[in-house]
Design a protein around this ligand. Structure first.
Ligand SMILES: O=C(CO)COP(=O)(O)O
Length: 252
């Protein structure tokens, strides 16, 4: 069935030296951890160093964004070919901070998802409603729309490599985590939409993870919901001990 994924999104934190110092402490802490997949998403400048440092470990490494084309006159961009060529195997797509601050549209997320699948990168597609949309009763409409756009003209593949991250914008970096019930409800909406687009079999295999103020002290309640297949952690993943505690939540 769906093996959980616990992932760290480091956003714009950590120089290469700081990333390597993190890994030096963190990798021994998760050496024998087999229950979950583990991934880290460092900044572009740390990516190649982290890929090298994680070789032979249980930790996968991905980029936080990419362009959808292989090359071209696009200053500042990195292509899927370039990521694959340095051994990068995961890619975060459509994070709300990219949608808000880099004007990433639903169409771009769809193009990037197609490019990721074509290059064998494991995509994590982020969706989630703003506080305003939730308060207007539009959570379901937003989630269905974002999923429908992201999956537009994508063919179902079994086994499915697509992971969806439900990240309500109002819970990111705010300390106000969504309740396990709210998360489970959103995950059911997402899975129904994936089933509608790609078929039930594919939807059953699609991992849906949660992100938004996940911490060592709330991870157990979140993971207790069977709908929740893992977490995407921001702030609390920057410290090796804290991220390791999140991963080992069942053992603490
Ligand atoms: O955006 C997130 C992960 O992608 C969540 O960030 P925080 O865990 O800092 O709320």
């Amino acid at each position: 069935m769906r093996k959980p994924l616990i992932a760290a999104n480091w956003k714009m934190y950590k120089t290469p030296n700081e990333s390597l110092a993190f890994l030096k402490e963190f990798l021994p802490l998760v050496e024998n951890h087999e229950r979950d997949n583990i991934a880290i998403f460092p900044t572009m400048s740390s990516l190649a160093y982290c890929i090298d440092a994680c070789k032979g470990s249980r930790v996968d490494v991905g980029a936080q964004t990419m362009h959808w084309l292989n090359e071209g006159p696009y200053t500042g961009q990195t292509s899927p070919t370039m990521l694959a060529s340095i051994g990068c195997d995961h890619i975060l797509l459509g994070h709300s901070e990219r949608r808000i601050y880099a004007n990433e549209t639903d169409d771009m997320v769809n193009w990037k998802l197609k490019a990721a699948l074509a290059h064998g990168l494991v995509p994590i597609v982020c969706v989630g409603e703003s506080l305003e949309k939730r308060q207007s009763g539009l959570t379901e409409a937003v989630l269905r729309w974002q999923i429908a756009c992201a999956l537009n003209s994508i063919r179902a593949e079994v086994p499915s490599t697509i992971t969806i991250a439900y990240e309500p914008v109002w819970a990111i970096g705010t300390g106000s985590t969504a309740t396990p019930r709210q998360i489970a409800e959103a995950h059911r909406i997402i899975r129904r939409e994936v089933a509608f687009r790609l078929g039930q079999h594919c939807a059953d295999e699609t991992r849906i993870i949660y992100g938004g103020s996940v911490k060592p002290d709330n991870i157990s309640q979140i993971m207790a919901e069977p709908e929740i297949d893992g977490c995407l952690v921001g702030g609390a993943s920057l410290d090796p001990k804290s991220f390791s505690d999140i991963i080992h939540y069942q053992d603490l």
